[in-house]
Design a protein around this ligand. Structure first.
Ligand code: HEC
Length: 134
């Protein structure tokens, strides 16, 4: 075998080792989030409010977003528990909400989705939003 072949094999092995050690850049919840993307984005208000900074936020509190009175007055603060309940049956948990979505019945999908929403705070788009002047 020539020297060039060995060099190529070494480069391939190094590339494989790097790929194995890198943290996963997609979480399973990202696929579940595709169902929300018709109305939501992480860093922009669309039909629904943006999701950066969601965990720890009071329901209905994004400045300038036109929430329903039901959401504004729900008294909820978003954490793993309240999100899990809300996302299972949005229209039952916040009766009168403008989020006309049936919900996600599968608890594993909800858990994956909530993990994704937490992780989303560390994405560049959310970091840019939280450091932007309001
Ligand atoms: C059909 C459009 C639509 C879809 C699909 C949708 N949403 Fe919403 N969402 C809304 C609207 C509109 C609101 C504002 C509700 C209100 O004011 O009552 C909202 C509000 C929310 C809120 C409350 C945010 C806050 O600032 O208090 C959360 C959390 C949320 N959505 C999560 C999700 C997730 C997660 C998904 C995907 C599983 C999803 N939504 C799918 C339209 C949608």
């Amino acid at each position: 075998m020539s020297g060039a072949h060995w060099a190529l094999a070494g480069a391939l092995l190094a590339a494989m080792a790097t790929a194995g050690a890198a943290p996963p850049d997609t979480l399973p919840g990202e696929q579940v989030y595709a169902r929300c993307a018709a109305c939501h984005a992480l860093a922009q208000d669309r039909v629904g409010p943006h999701h950066c900074g969601l965990l720890g936020r009071r329901a209905g509190s994004v400045p300038g977003f036109a929430y329903s009175p039901a959401m504004k007055n729900s008294g909820l603060t978003w954490d793993e528990k309240t999100l899990d309940r809300f996302l299972a049956q949005p229209m039952k948990v916040v009766p009168g909400t403008a989020m006309t979505y049936d919900g996600i019945a599968n608890p594993k999908e909800r858990a994956d989705l909530i993990a994704y929403l937490k992780h989303a705070n560390e994405t560049p788009e959310c970091r840019a939003l939280s450091s932007a002047p309001r």
